[in-house]
Design a protein around this ligand. Sequence first.
Ligand code: ACO
Length: 323
Amino acid sequence: MQSRIIGTGACVPDDVLTNEAIERLVDTSDEWIVSRTGIRERRRTGGTEASSDLAYKAARYALRDAGVKAGEVDLVLVATTTPDMLLPSTACIVQDRLGLKNVPAFDLSAACTGFIYGLSTADAFIRSGAYGTILLIGVDTLTKFTDYGDRTTCVIFGDGAGAVVVKAIREKRGVIGSMLYADGDKWDYIYVPAGGSRIPSYAADKTTWYLRMKGHDTFKVAVRGLEQAIIGLLERYRVPIEDIDIVIPHQANVRIIEALTRKLGYPPEKVFVNIQKYGNTSAASIPIALDEAVRQGRIKSGDTVLLTAFGSGLTWGASLIKW
Ligand code: ACO
């Protein structure tokens, strides 16, 4: 059995937060943000709008695109580090909203690498024969954990969700394989101190409830990690880099993407970039980009597609797909 992505969908909140709007909040400029990150605007959830709201809509679009009824799904996987609540899982909330009964649902947490971890998990379940049709969603609402008084983080993050339907097939196409990595030694490069069992919500204050990031250190490790993941994956599956038709990288910083492309000697025009519109949407960034690439005709049947991501944990990885 092989697993194939047969439908994609995405959803971002309506509220657009431009660089000009951020200029009014902190000491920064559109010029600095564009030249240092590539971001022009991002989307932000408001009020009580939560991850499951975006995840549900992205899931509906992906199911429609796949021509699959919700009732045919036999596993719901949600990659997120910003669940609606600590418990239950956001996957269970989405399962309920889709009207699904008696199918397993769970969240997995690998921050910006969540979609790669999720795709690898879905692929393993399908290859084992355990499930035949899996709904995989990457969603994050990191703006809810962003300090709009901290210019080093507030320019970066946006909210969104992307979803895919992964189906078991008996053909030589689909997911070729994935490589996953983690280095917990660097857990404090990107983290939210409060809200878990270390500092419960009732003990949190302004110094602990927002995301903290060692941006510059993360940048350097990210470029090395992404290169390692890609080279390791291509070697394992004996695919020369010239055979890759499109690379869909996690949209964290356009300079990370450019540095990676230079190191690999890969043509920049074959790398999909949409960070200017959404910023870093964490686990949603790859499935949103994948959905856009498919809709723009940038991915055709038979293409070899490479996905790669890096994030808090630290975690990183890559997946290879024959579309
Ligand atoms: N506007 C103006 N100046 C700024 C801003 C801003 N928004 N942010 C930082 N600066 C200043 C700093 O204060 C510093 O000033 P100083 O030299 O006077 O001290 C200067 O710019 C340089 O700061 P750096 O942190 O070195 O800036 P850098 O070029 O590294 O860009 C950034 C910062 C954009 C955060 C970059 O490091 C980055 O993108 N890092 C990677 C983030 C990432 O990939 N995270 C992983 C995913 S997140 C997840 O998993 C949830």
